[in-house]
Design a protein around this ligand. Structure first.
Ligand code: HEC
Ligand code: HEC
Length: 306
């Protein structure tokens, strides 16, 4: 028995994916970031907050292909989850953002999504007594774009979502169904794990969609979403290259792909097998892989929820 436990421990330690945990401690900085994340004061119309496009009831993402933005247009890309971001590197579908701080500055400076400049955000927050006292307690400089960013980043990095699969990885063999266990084995055997790996089961590589079998796209799409990383680098080799998405909570975040063009996991898995691995896989295996992906759903720490 002991030997079995030891062996189980050893084999899990060698897994190509690893578990996430809740933050050891919920800090005042996280809670300040939480207040900012849900505060529509950060938007010009005082109606949009970060969660308008990153819904906690939808795995931290958005239920439609593209998000409506403050500037009246639709976002170029499907909204990604804001959960489990700590090792998503780089950020953005094009991998265009090198840090969480850079993401926040890009969001505010473009004024496309929420429409408010840093000056306006700072001024609005400085008029709030509660923000003033909470900021000065945490940051010597008080309310500045830097401290606002820092609080928001700290909050988001605390949004880990331990799932039944994490319990399984840590040795609880009964935490997920037989089907999910078989699905995980298939996920490794087919080679999905070569791109979707690490603690976030993705999120840390840039890869082309259609590495083996070319993936068709609409050359007339005015959003140019399908050009992917090319939009950032203008290097032809980067056409259709995207950050490999993390698969945590993926069962909760349809529609899928950079453009939200695929609505079910079954279809995504078939497309992945065909275009990324060059093979058709039987429907029974698709079903098992879905069971595995469903075991990756969890929620942020209750204190960090809306
Ligand atoms: C109008 C919709 C909208 C609003 C409001 C919005 N976001 Fe986003 N967010 C998006 C979309 C769309 C993307 C994908 C952008 C890309 O990949 O180029 C994104 C990307 C991100 C990312 C990168 C995630 C990753 O894995 O690459 C983070 C972090 C993020 N948003 C945080 C925030 C924060 C913090 C706020 C509030 C200050 C916010 N968002 C407000 C739509 C929105
Ligand atoms: C060569 C790298 C690679 C391999 C192998 C691979 N993927 Fe992917 N996966 C990607 C990329 C890149 C995307 C993003 C595609 C896009 O948005 O157009 C993606 C997207 C996905 C998504 C959608 C996630 C979302 O939030 O939109 C799922 C689910 C997925 N893959 C599962 C799998 C499964 C299951 C396998 C094995 C059958 C697999 N992948 C094999 C690179 C890969």
């Amino acid at each position: 028995m002991l030997l079995q436990l030891l062996l189980a421990g050893i084999s899990h330690a060698r897994e190509p994916v690893s578990a996430v945990q809740y933050p050891a401690k919920i800090t005042p900085e996280m809670l300040l970031g939480k207040k900012l994340f849900f505060d529509p004061l950060l938007s010009e119309d005082r109606q949009t907050n970060c969660a308008s496009c990153h819904l906690f009831s939808h795995g931290g993402s958005y239920p439609q292909a593209k998000t409506p933005m403050h500037n009246g247009r639709k976002s170029r890309y499907n909204s990604p989850s804001v959960f489990n971001l700590s090792q998503n590197y780089p950020l953005g579908w094009e991998g265009q953002l090198t840090s969480m701080q850079a993401q926040m500055h890009s969001l505010v400076n473009k004024q496309a999504k929420m429409g408010l400049s840093w000056d306006n955000i700072e001024n609005r927050l400085r008029q709030q007594a509660d923000y003033n006292s909470r900021f000065t307690r945490l940051y010597p400089e008080g309310i500045t774009r830097k401290s606002i960013t820092q609080a928001l980043v700290t909050y988001q990095l605390a949004l880990t979502t331990p799932s039944p699969f994490d319990a399984y990885l840590q040795g609880d063999e009964s935490a997920i169904s037989e089907d999910a266990i078989l699905g995980y084995e298939l996920f490794k055997r087919y080679g999905c794990v070569s791109c979707h790996q690490g603690q976030k089961i993705g999120g840390n590589l840039l890869q082309k969609i259609g590495v083996i079998e070319p993936y068709a796209y609409d050359p007339d799409d005015s959003s140019q979403a399908s050009l992917g990383r090319y939009n950032t680098t203008e290097n032809e080799a980067d056409i259709q290259v995207f950050r490999v998405p993390s698969l945590r909570n993926v069962a909760q975040t349809p529609p899928y792909f950079h453009d939200g063009s695929v609505s079910t996991l079954e279809d995504v898995i078939r497309l992945m097998a065909r275009h990324q691995l060059g093979r058709e896989i039987p429907v029974t295996d698709v079903t098992l892989i879905v069971a595995f992906l469903e075991s990756l759903s969890g929620s942020p720490h209750p204190t960090l929820m809306p």
